[in-house]
Design a protein around this ligand. Structure first.
Ligand code: PAF
Length: 286
């Protein structure tokens, strides 16, 4: 498994692979890898086959964190990440530094961003106003560096996947975006690098996210429900976990992300909940 550290070195390798007719799949990550990431690597391999190339990028992208967020304490363990990628059969790691991804004197001097304006107004975009500008910018840079045919993202970040799909279409990237199912722990908690922040009580109470999705699913099985009513019921359920504080609960169309006033089978639900200081997200089709 080879490691590339600059966009130029990565592009040179990608061009060689392309000339040899080998398809490239990219799994973009911020590291501290878990089973959820490994299932994305397996999906990437399925997409390009044994002859293809699977590249995992590991980069904690500073521009998608607000100053008040957890950039400096974001968990990192490169040695373990490498071992996991090697064991899963990844062909290459892309490990760029801030200096190569954001060239210039410092981050403040960097000036070219990619901004998606339509799908980023609600949910994560409303709670974290500069987040998606950082995500779309870095993903465009990763695409330009790795030159993938396929890029695999996790369904846990449903809105992110929709935004990236839109950016890929709007900017004519010749890349197929694949969204792979959310990896879950035995008790249903969505796998996330941020779960490492939870203390034992918070970890136990964090199942309130999946329980909320299941409760909403059970409610719509009996017939359509006004979104405001279901939203209140979900918030009441979340309030039963003392460490939990709701950021948002939203009901919307899976594809367009347009909010709905009436929730029925097939409507998508997403929620963001703080457990203590840790903000977790989850979503699912009802
Ligand atoms: O989902 C993530 O881990 C990140 O947002 C991504 C797509 C790797 C961009 O930094």
């Amino acid at each position: 498994m080879k490691t590339y550290q600059t966009p130029a070195a990565m592009q040179r390798a990608a061009q060689v692979w392309k000339r040899a007719g080998r398809r490239i799949a990219l799994v973009p990550t911020m590291g501290f890898l878990h089973d959820g990431h490994m299932s994305l690597v397996r999906e990437a391999r399925r997409r390009v086959g044994a002859e293809g190339i699977v590249v995992v990028s590991i980069y904690v992208n500073p521009t998608q964190f607000a100053p008040s967020e957890d950039l400096s304490r974001y968990p990192r363990d490169l040695k373990r990440d490498r071992a996991l990628c090697r064991a899963e059969g990844a062909d290459a790691l892309f490990l760029p530094s801030d200096a190569v991804m954001y060239p210039g004197r410092d981050l403040g001097a960097y000036s070219t961003y990619v901004v998606e304006e339509c799908l980023t107004q609600r949910m994560e975009g409303a709670s974290r106003p500069t987040h998606f500008r950082g995500v779309t910018t870095i993903v465009a840079k990763l695409f330009n560096s790795v030159l993938p045919d396929v890029a695999v993202f996790g369904a846990k970040d449903w809105q992110q996947a929709a935004v990236i799909r839109r950016m890929t279409t709007d900017l004519n990237f010749p890349i197929r975006i694949v969204v792979a199912p959310t990896g879950r722990a035995g008790d249903g908690l969505a796998l996330s690098s941020r779960n490492a922040y939870l203390n034992p009580e918070e970890r136990e109470q964090a199942t309130v996210l999946i329980r909320s999705l299941e409760a909403a699913r059970a409610a719509v099985r009996r017939g359509p429900v006004p979104a405001a009513q279901l939203g209140k019921a979900v918030r009441r359920l979340i309030a039963t976990a003392p460490a939990a504080r709701v950021d948002y609960v939203e009901f919307f169309d899976s594809e367009s992300l347009e909010p709905v006033t009436e929730v029925r089978k097939g409507t998508h639900m997403a929620l963001a909940v703080f457990l203590g200081k840790t903000r977790l997200i989850d979503n699912g089709r009802l």
